[in-house]
Design a protein around this ligand. Sequence first.
Ligand SMILES: [Zn+2]
Length: 355
Amino acid sequence: MRELVRAGIGRAGSVRDGRRVLGPDEDAFTLAATALERVRGPRFGDRTPVRVTVLGSLPPATDWAISVVLERPVEVVRSVSGAEGFDRALEEARAGPSGDAVVLAVVAGGAETASCDGVLPTADGERDDAAVAVWFGERGAARSGEALRVGDTAGGPLALASELYRTAVREGRDGSWGGPWSVTPPEGPTVEPSKLRALADLRPTAVSEGAYVPRPRYLENLPSRWNFAAERCRTCGTTTFPSRGRCRSCDRAEGLETVGLPTDGALVVATTVIGSGAQPTEFDPQVGALGAYGVVLAEVAPGVRVTLQLTDASPGEVRIGDRVDTRLRRLYPMEGEWRYGRKAVPRRPPPRSSG
Ligand SMILES: [Zn+2]
């Protein structure tokens, strides 16, 4: 018997007709990644496999990527979609014998929305493009005060997940439940439908590819680029990012410990706008569809800076001294698949409570 430890949501970053909809660089996988990041718990501390039950049409090709996002080995199981399937998956995850289990439901795009009917209602009855992840652990595994009791909500786990989602929407928060809510931009930018379609409709195989980035090079150091995984030297205390298997200060290769740097709240120290023609050629399709984009240099931890493309914002919207959060998003199509990486999103204040 497991207990409910954490739950988290990932909502699409753009707004159209009052609904959250996929932005040009989002898809079912990026929504899932955002929800999963919010429930994964202590960083890089545990290598025991997690059972992940997936509802909604997350491509099977992304199974390996779920493991990277969760920083654990995973066993992925596909389940029947819809409210009934979600409810059953939650009950099965709770009743399971031992170890950790996650139920992940993804609603993205019109056709899929119907198949997940009832799973993710919003406050006003409209459906968003979103993902919800619910983490179950062995009894006693939850830290004090963190465990959620399924019995707290009449109607079982589904009602609890729905209530979680409604509460998040009502309070203008994205984030997770089970620790403190992580406050993130509650309102995305309103986007033109033509721009939404422009990139969302691209198929990786149909796109002329720019600079060739071989898959092995893309996969190399993926935890560093996706999760901001760094190495802390036990001898001299220096943090090396991205990870390179050696301490950047004392050059030792032994005694390095993998740690996760914060993925939210980075301080912007420089900004630039990449105009059409100045982009690396793998970004040609994006610039062709959307035009110029912003890039920020941000400090994610003391002395650790990372260059990030800006998304969910106009190119000059973020200034030096601002804080940005980061999300896993589509970068560019290559070799018949989308390549993903972290991008910066602006921190916007929550909307005033409507009571
Ligand atoms: Zn060192």
